[in-house]
Design a protein around this ligand. Sequence first.
Ligand code: PMP
Length: 450
Amino acid sequence: GTAIEKSKVVEKTTSRLWNAMHRYNPDAQPTVAVSGEGSWFTDEEGNKYLDGVSGLWCLNLGYGRQEIADAAAEQMKKLSYFPLTMNHQPAVELAGKISELLGASYQTFFSNSGSEANETAFKIVRQYHNQTGNPGKYKFISRYRAYHGSTLGALSATAQANRRVKYDPGVPGFLHVYPPYSYRSIFGEDPEESDLKAAQMLEEMIIWEGEETVAAFIMEPFISGGGVIIPSNKYIQRVSEICKKYNVLLIMDEVVSGYGRTGKMFGFMHAEGVQPDIVTMAKGLTSGYLPLGATAVKSEIYDVFNQEGKDNHFRHVSTYGGHPAACAVALKNIEIIENEKIVDRVHELGETKLGKLDQLIDHKNVGEVRRVGFLLGLEMVTDKQSKTPLDDSKMGEIVGKCKQKGLIIGKNGDTVPGQNNVIIIAPPLSSTEEDLDFIIETVNSVIRSL
Ligand code: PMP
């Protein structure tokens, strides 16, 4: 577009809309999206971009799926709204489907976002312990680098200093342990040994805090926004064993990992034998077509809220939570994921296509390539010896250059002061092979030009 058109766009995006993500991409011009199809969206000036981060890792089936739009419209015409203080059909059906997909018996409470799904989990956990003779169990443990949401409880579990300092103090009772991040760990560089020590830190914390005070541990199977951290195999199993040993509930945050992103239906399924007490989800549950959060709890936990003659009901309501149209969209989304074998596809193409980016490890600025399914992180450093993180302006340059070539990629922001140096690639799970080739070529050429 011309300079005049550009300045109009800039004015529009900066005048009245509070755009939370501006500083993520300081070198790029603001973009006003108007339409999208498949993995691509078009801005006001007619430029097309491949969305290599699926919106905010949510648009798993890409833009513009007619069947999903139809499912929403039909549901709105049939039953436009109904509260979940009673039941409606799409929510009942979806809760059944979620339990089936999780591979055990779960009861689901619906909300509107990932943050709300986690808040709901925290309240369920505290009430559960209260009602099972352990009222002193109120503390939650999460990991440094984790992101679990923006509301005060979820933010207190979010252990990223820059996101928190302006809003502290958080909710009392939230503690943090080291993540399984062997690339930069006080526990050494050997992935398995280092990660098992990170798990051991959880056990130490439970012991030192007093097991009678610790309520739950919340984790993503793969830390996503905090820099794409892929733990070694045994880590999740070990953490799950520790939680069981001390009656600490395991909350698995599948907001990003759920619904195929990692090449399994849920991320925790990479760890054999692990069945979380609570699974929280949002984003991929509807592929971003409508807002929906879900907190699925094991039926044994739910039973404690459902005993006759006791004042044990869960005093928690969400007006829009489990909106009929959002549930209808989720059901259609899941149907497509299953019919099109999206999970297998992600597993295969993650290897054969995105796996080609492993070769970037020979570049001096690439310290580590970490990936699982369609979730890939490039840890960018000034040199491999010192591992000094590439600075914000260099990172912005990489993101900006990709954008100039028509590719939107992400980077971790606000994780640790001075460590916002992980390039993140998480394309729609429905991306075509040509889309994936375009991502690989573009990222390769931009990084090789550094
Ligand atoms: N958990 C994780 C792992 C997330 O990545 C996010 C969002 N980025 C959330 C929770 C919060 O979800 P929402 O923005 O829908 O509240």
